[in-house]
Design a protein around this ligand. Structure first.
Ligand code: AMP
Ligand code: ZN
Length: 210
């Protein structure tokens, strides 16, 4: 089962992706996490991506397409995968089609802009594994510490309110056209993001099974 999750920054894609991943035993492929890892390790890719990411802009398509092509060829993706944060532009979606990758479901998790900025202020991510938490909606067992690996939970630089506004603008302009793209392929379902994570998960699983 090959799934794409769409949604504005902070809509809950990462959280739902991790839950679907453990239900269906398929990996999450998060381009944001891969890029943050590259930035942390100071690789050439990371050096190239950092300024775009810090500004809330998209990293150029060519960089992402090469990165994702390599990742999807790895053996853990052979029974399926969940794409979180890719594709983000129509050219990226076309590149995926041209690679011969078959997509079964595209889910948009929809959350209105007004609620996004408020959600982002409480978001924390694990420095080590990238798992996401929320101080109110998804607190870790121990404050500031990742449940999975004990990594330190930090705020993302690009979660600052001004950068969130830029990222929302980028989402509406460059990523939302993908809804039409996948609706035409009859693959799109829209899930309304709920206050409680379990309620969103319920709707998400329903959409995947429907
Ligand atoms: P995310 O963790 O998905 O919010 O991604 C964080 C940042 O990484 C984005 O704001 C972009 O700068 C960059 N990024 C992640 N995925 C992509 C993509 N598919 N295309 C371009 N830039 C991306
Ligand atoms: Zn962790």
């Amino acid at each position: 089962m090959n799934v794409i999750l769409l949604g504005a920054p902070g809509a809950g894609k990462g959280t739902q992706a991790e839950i679907i991943s453990s239900c269906f035993h398929i990996p999450v492929v998060s381009t944001g996490n891969m890029l943050r890892e590259a930035v942390k390790d100071g690789t050439p890719l990371g050096l190239k991506a950092k300024s775009f990411m810090d500004a809330g802009d998209l990293v150029p398509d060519a960089v992402l397409v090469g990165m994702i092509q390599e990742r999807l060829q790895q053996s853990d993706c052979k029974n399926g995968f969940i794409l979180d944060g890719f594709p983000r532009t129509v050219p990226q979606a076309e590149a995926l089609d041209n690679m011969g990758v078959k997509i079964d479901h595209v889910l948009e998790i929809h959350v209105p802009d007004e609620r996004i900025v408020e959600r982002m202020s409480g978001r924390r991510v694990c420095e080590k594994c990238g798992a996401s938490y929320h101080i109110q909606y998804r607190p870790p067992a121990q404050s500031g510490v990742c449940d999975v690996d004990g990594g330190k939970l930090v705020q993302r630089v690009d979660d600052a309110p001004e950068t969130v506004k830029v990222r929302l603008g980028v989402y509406h302009k460059q990523t939302e056209p993908l809804k039409d793209y996948y609706a035409k392929q009859k693959k799109l379902s829209i899930v309304e993001g709920q206050e409680k994570i379990v309620d969103t998960t319920h709707l998400t699983l329903q959409a995947l099974e429907g």
